[in-house]
Design a protein around this ligand. Sequence first.
Ligand code: UDP
Ligand code: MG
Length: 309
Amino acid sequence: MKLSIVIPVYNEQQNMSILHKTLTAVLNKLPNQYEIIYVDDGSTDSTPKILTQIKASSKNTKVITFTRNFGQTPAFDAGFKEASGDIIITMDGDLQNDPRDIPLLLEKIKTFDVVSGWRYKRKDPFFTKKIPSLLSNYLVKLLSGVKIHDQGCSLKAYKKECIKDLELYGEMHRFIPLILQLKGYKIGEAKVSHHKRQFGKTKYNMKRLFKGFLDLAFIKFWFNFSNRPLHFFGTLGFGTMLLGIVIGIANIIFHLFVLKASALNVGPLMLLSVLLIILGIQFIVLGFLGEIMIRIYYKDKTPPYSIKK
Ligand code: UDP
Ligand code: MG
């Protein structure tokens, strides 16, 4: 079985040569044929130059170069589309993942569709990395029931059929195991080693926790309603409208029969009722728009990035 190793890199000049050396040392010991695909995500340091040298000296290596920095998710996506292996392995290009874990992933993937690395002794800062990850993994478990300890570990192995219909947008690479499990694939875990970042800096900050939460909510929405948005917005709309009508009628009855008022005055409850009814109509119309949009979406899909080379 042929292996494809996909590695997104963004300004990792000091890591590239060491990574390539340790990776090829591991891969050469395996009986498998292999290819390494580096995706240069718009690096502005000497990473592109080093990658050109690596490519010139290694026939198994391909390099995809983005026109600018598009992010790790598009980089994975581009790498996946280029990969011709039966098993696709992804990892970070900053030496935090260890290529020596690859044989373990290959052993495990015999019984799963995807094997996700679990950095059980993670060497990252506690507050800015570990806590947000804990929270994010917990939310995934809560929302979807998917019990993976470490969604965010890049070191993963996939059978080629699972990534064939994987569509990645935004920063969704963090939730690939969740997406694949929701698609019905079997996900396994393997404890992998993790190293402190020695060279270069991390490309992410705490903002990703908030963004990650939005992504998670969207994934949940997408899987439940992507082919029927009208059901989501319609239910929401009818519920809101009904609440508005009930409040409105109750308010009228209260004025006419309890207070025995001669005229209806517009108080806060009446305003709320009108607001809810209008909101409800808006939601339903949004549902119609959603339906029109998914019909267009499913007809013509274009990737949200452009490739230079
Ligand atoms: N990366 C990338 N594009 C980006 C950000 C990161 O290709 O916009 C790469 C980066 O070079 C590294 C991997 O993704 O190989 C993981 O990034 P990083 O180490 O910054 O993430 P962390 O380990 O801090 O979560
Ligand atoms: Mg890192």
